[in-house]
Ligand binder design. Structure first.
Ligand SMILES: NC(=O)c1ccc[n+]([C@@H]2O[C@H](COP(=O)([O-])OP(=O)(O)OC[C@H]3O[C@@H](n4cnc5c(N)ncnc54)[C@H](O)[C@@H]3O)[C@@H](O)[C@H]2O)c1
Length: 323
C-alpha cells in the first residue's frame, strides 16, 4: 500500500490501542476504517465488550458518511481484535496508541508496563488532552520513540491531530507519527513547545469560558449561543483561521489596517471578558440545567446529526481544496 501523504515510514502491520473508551474506540475505528489491523485492550472487561460493537459501528459509520470505502473498512474489521492482555495487545504492534483516562500517574504506570512488552521499534503515542509529554513518558527509558498525538473528538472524523514531542523525542519518531497520521488522512500540526492544554484545548477553553459566562449571565440562551459560534466565527474559521480572517478583514490594507481600525475596540472587549477560573457548584448546576433543557434526552440523535454535518463540511472543504 502506498503512503497517501508521501511519507517514508512503512505502514504499521498492527496498531495496538490501549484504553477502549470514547477516544480509543475512535482511533480503532479510524485505523480499522483504513484497512489497518487493530487490537484494542482495556482494563475494564465491560468496556472491551462495548468496544467490540462500538468500533465496527463507528468504522461502518464512516462508509455511511462517505468517509471510507466499504471494502477497505470490512477488510480492516476482519483484522480487528480484542487483546486478552496488555502483553498480547502490544508485543507485536508497530504503533501503540495510549488512550486511557487523563490520569498522569496511571498513564506513567501504563507507559512503564508497555515498555516491558513492546517491540524495540514500536512507536508509542499518548492521546492526552493536555499533559506534558515529558511527564507522561517520565518512567520510560525509551522516550526517543514516544510523543503525544492528541486527537479531537470524534477522532475518526476530525482530521486535526496535535503532535507534541517531548524533549527526548527523536525526530524519526515524530516523522513516523506524521507519516502514519497523513496515511490515515489526518492533518497533524506540531507544537514547538508544550503548554497545559496544548493549543487546541487552550483555544477551546478560552472560548467556552466566555460562552458559559454569556449563558449564565442571561445574555443569550444555549441554542442561540451555540448557533452564534457554529454559524458565526466557527463557520468563518472552518474556511480561514482567526489570523487570516482578520488579515482579510480590512480589504487590501490587510492586518495593519485592521489593527489600526479595530485594535482599540478589541482591547476594550478584552478588558471586559470573563476571567474566572472556577465554575462554582451552583453555576455548574445552572449550566447543566440549561444545556439539558436545550438538548436533553436526545444524545444519540444529536451526535448522529452532528457527525452528518461534520462529514458534509469536510467534503466541502476537500472539494474546495482541489478546485
Ligand atoms: N473525550 C474527549 O473529548 C477527548 C478528546 C481528545 C483526547 N482525549 C484524551 O483521550 C484519553 C481518553 O479519553 P476518553 O474520553 O476516551 O476516556 P474514557 O474514560 O472514555 O476511556 C478511558 C478508558 O481507559 C481505560 N483504562 C484506564 N486505565 C487503564 C489501564 N491502565 N489500562 C487499560 N485501560 C485503562 C478505562 O477503563 C476507560 O475505558 C484521555 O487522555 C483524554 O484526555 C479525550
Amino acid at each position: 500500500m502506498a503512503l497517501a501523504g508521501g511519507g517514508v515510514s512503512a505502514l504499521p502491520r498492527k496498531v495496538a490501542v490501549v484504553g477502549a473508551g470514547d477516544i480509543g474506540s475512535g482511533w480503532a475505528a479510524l485505523c480499522a476504517g483504513a484497512g489497518w489491523p487493530v487490537t484494542v485492550f482495556d482494563s475494564d472487561a465491560k468496556v472491551v465488550e462495548r468496544a467490540l460493537h462500538e468500533v465496527p459501528r463507528r468504522a461502518r459509520g464512516l462508509v455511511a458518511l462517505e468517509r471510507a470505502p466499504q471494502g477497505i473498512v470490512e477488510r480492516g474489521l476482519l483484522e480487528f481484535h480484542q487483546g486478552r492482555s496488555l502483553l498480547q495487545t502490544v508485543q507485536d504492534a508497530d504503533w501503540i496508541i495510549e488512550a486511557i483516562s487523563e490520569d498522569l500517574p496511571a498513564k506513567q504506570r501504563l507507559v512503564e508496563s508497555i515498555e516491558l512488552v513492546a517491540g524495540p521499534e514500536a512507536l508509542l503515542t499518548s492521546s492526552s488532552s493536555g499533559l506534558f509529554p515529558d511527564d507522561v513518558f517520565a518512567r520510560s527509558r525509551r522516550q526517543d520513540r514516544c510523543l503525544v498525538a492528541h486527537p479531537l473528538n470524534p477522532p475518526e472524523l476530525i482530521p486535526l491531530v496535535e503532535l507534541v514531542p517531548g524533549t527526548r523525542t527523536a525526530p524519526a519518531a515524530l516523522q513516523r507519527a506524521l507519516d502514519y497520521l497523513r496515511s490515515l488522512g489526518r492533518m497533524p500540526i506540531v507544537l514547538k513547545k508544550p503548554l497545559p492544554g496544548y493549543v487546541v484545548g487552550r483555544i477551546a477553553a478560552a472560548v467556552w469560558r466566555e460562552c458559559i459566562d454569556l449563558v449564565l449571565a442571561g445574555v443569550i440562551d444555549v441554542g442561540d449561543l451555540d448557533r452564534a459560534v457554529s454559524l458565526g466565527p466557527a463557520l468563518g474559521w472552518a474556511a480561514a483561521g482567526p489570523h487570516l480572517t482578520y488579515h482579510l478583514g480590512a480589504g487590501a490594507g490587510g492586518v495593519p489596517l485592521f489593527l489600526q481600525r479595530l485594535l482599540t475596540t478589541f482591547e476594550a472587549w478584552w478588558s471586559n471578558l470573563a476571567t474566572w477560573q472556577k465554575l462554582e457548584p451552583e453555576q455548574q448546576r445552572g449550566l447543566i440545567q440549561t444545556i439539558e433543557k436545550a438538548y436533553g434526552g436526545k444524545v444519540e440523535m444529536l451526535r448522529a446529526a452532528r457527525d452528518r454535518r461534520l462529514s458534509a463540511i469536510l467534503r466541502a472543504l476537500e472539494q474546495s481544496r482541489t478546485t
